[in-house]
Design a protein around this ligand. Structure first.
Ligand code: HH2
Length: 270
């Protein structure tokens, strides 16, 4: 049987996200967008109210709550069968999102921005995604450096998972993410995708977020993020082949096509 995978559709309720900033700021538009992504086959929707693109400005708690809460509530109502994820580093935002029906806390700081998120996830019994990032979004792309990026990212994720478990999070509820594009050059991103099996070997499901990111533009010679869809499908297929199981994307339908072909090909019993 094909190894299962889930496509996570991105719903950015932000004015400044790098590829879709401002498109879904209106609550009804954002809910409609999430609905479309679910119809295309997204198995989970990730709602975010703060851009983490390189150089992005932080957003206040009140502002982030105003952006994401109505959208989580609207999606929970319209799509009761589709799990919702909240992309946040803030305790109050995660708390409110869980109360409104979210089931996964996607924290790009891996519980470093606010370690109390670990206790929240433990008490709620929900899922969490712990991502690697070198530096802060404001400055992370200024000369990132590693001696051995795969070894260092794997060690970081192992330590963060151990922290979460020590805080009471059920290990079966943890996803790990190498943090493609977060304090990484193109060479670092490619080394991580090539060496993804070493992160998979930590024993947790692995999520990857390559969608429309800059390294794809560099490789495929595509300046406009919207022209990076095929490049992203290629990277996601390779990540699946190396063991990733959740794929965070803006473009759900083409990603599903690619992953279905990859899954069918890798498991063909002839
Ligand atoms: N990437 C982005 C945001 N959240 N979460 C996880 N777990 N993994 C990722 O790779 C990841 C993430 C950045 O992409 P996007 O949401 O499209 O842009 P922005 O941060 O500008 O809103």
């Amino acid at each position: 049987m094909a190894r299962p995978f889930t496509v996570m559709g991105i719903v950015n309720v932000t004015p400044d996200s790098f590829s879709d900033g401002g498109l879904w700021l209106d609550e009804a538009e954002a809910v409609a967008h999430g609905f479309r992504l679910a119809q295309e086959g997204a198995g989970i929707l990730d709602v975010g109210g703060e851009s983490t693109r390189p150089g992005a400005e932080p957003v206040s708690e009140a502002q982030e709550l105003r952006r994401v809460l109505p959208v989580i509530e609207g999606l929970a109502q319209r799509l009761p069968g589709t799990p919702l994820s909240i992309d946040t580093m803030k305790l109050a935002v995660a708390q409110a999102a869980l109360a409104a029906g979210a089931r996964l806390v996607n924290d790009v700081s891996a519980f470093r921005a606010d370690p109390r998120l670990a206790g929240l996830v433990a008490d709620a019994g929900c899922d969490c995604c712990l991502m690697h990032m070198q530096g802060e979004p404001g400055t992370m792309q200024v000369d990132p450096h590693y001696d051995d990026v795969v070894t260092q990212v794997a060690a970081f994720l192992e330590e963060r998972a151990a922290f979460a478990v020590a805080e009471g999070v059920d290990p079966a509820r943890i996803l790990l993410d190498p943090g493609i594009g977060f304090g990484k050059t193109t060479a670092h991103n490619l080394a991580l995708l090539r060496g993804l099996d070493r992160i998979v070997a930590l024993g947790f499901p692995v999520l990857v977020g390559v969608s429309r990111k800059r390294f794809l533009g560099e490789l495929a010679l595509r300046e406009d993020p919207h022209d990076r869809v095929a490049a992203g499908v290629a990277a996601n297929v390779l990540a699946y082949e190396r063991g990733a199981s959740v794929f965070r994307v803006h473009d759900v339908a083409p990603t599903l096509d690619g992953l279905r072909v990859a899954a069918g090909t890798l498991t063909a019993d002839d």
